[in-house]
Ligand binder design. Structure first.
Ligand SMILES: CC(C)(COP(=O)(O)OP(=O)(O)OC[C@H]1O[C@@H](n2cnc3c(N)ncnc32)[C@H](O)[C@@H]1OP(=O)(O)O)[C@@H](O)C(=O)NCCC(=O)NCCS
Length: 117
């Protein structure tokens, strides 16, 4: 991911190390797809996840993205709540990951209307 999509793989660093990251890419159809996003335990709830998504959205738009998409497991209630807070629609899609394997699918249009942190 980082070798091929480095301009949309972003890391939040501080004096005490890496606090979070978002890795993604832009599809040929104009979707900014977030492959993974995570913030360090002691950085959660501080707005870092939102700032990472804002930075990803801006990078993805520079590469032609018009929408954002991410997926997570149905049981990841924290991720579902996080994405809803960021204005994503969350849909449970049956068989997304193969027969009997539903996933939560998040989508939202660009541009984001978050205030610049
Ligand atoms: C999901 C994750 C990235 C959120 O990062 P974060 O830095 O805590 O997020 P923020 O502080 O920027 O929160 C942004 C918004 O999401 C909400 N939110 C974040 N985590 C939440 C949770 N577990 N439950 C409910 N709401 C949550 C915040 O309340 C905030 O809402 P607000 O701005 O309306 O007040 C982080 O919890 C994480 O790394 N989780 C483990 C990895 C993971 O599940 N990644 C997602 C896989 S797709």
């Amino acid at each position: 991911m980082v070798q091929e999509f480095g301009s949309t793989c972003l890391v939040a660093r501080a004096e005490d190390g890496i606090r979070g990251y978002v890795f993604g890419f832009v599809t040929p159809g104009g979707t900014g797809y977030v492959h993974l996003i995570a913030t360090r335990d002691d950085a959660r709830g501080t707005g870092l996840g939102r700032r990472l998504y804002t930075a990803f959205a801006e990078a993805a738009q520079r590469h032609g993205a018009r929408t954002l998409k991410a997926i997570t497991s149905v049981g990841n209630t924290g991720s579902v709540a996080f994405h809803r807070s960021l204005g994503f629609d969350a849909t449970i899609v049956d068989d997304y990951d193969g027969p009997g394997r539903a996933m939560a699918v998040f989508r939202r249009d660009l541009p984001l209307e978050f205030p610049r942190p």
